[in-house]
Design a protein around this ligand. Sequence first.
Ligand code: THU
Length: 129
Amino acid sequence: MNWDLLIQKAIEVRENAYAPYSKFKVGAALLTDDNSIITGCNVENVSYGLTTCAERNAVYKAMSNGIRQFKAIAIVTDTDTLTTPCGACRQVLAEFNHEMPVMLANLKGDRQLTSLKELIPYPFIESLQ
Ligand code: THU
């Protein structure tokens, strides 16, 4: 797993974050099963609740490109304490790969490897009987 590259792509896309309200920029980079990288940044709105997180934007961009298989994700913020994905993003990521490793990183070079299973051990799964 080339974490350096995935983190670098998350750092780069983070620059595109539209975060005039929170000033909190987030970058996410998804590694697909065919080893391409799909990135996303957070996009805020004056109607705050319409904001979409970086992680979900990456997933939705991939979906729009017809890509549904993911191997890993890197998430980058500029914080001393590494940022974990919000609950909504965890659920959305779990839809596609509950086993996915998750790399948390910041601009200082700190990093921590975790997994979606650790972050959301019991995602909602619809049981149609
Ligand atoms: N944000 C993300 O992009 N990902 C997360 O997992 C948590 C929060 C964004 C949403 C908002 O634009 C800003 O960070 C502050 O909450």
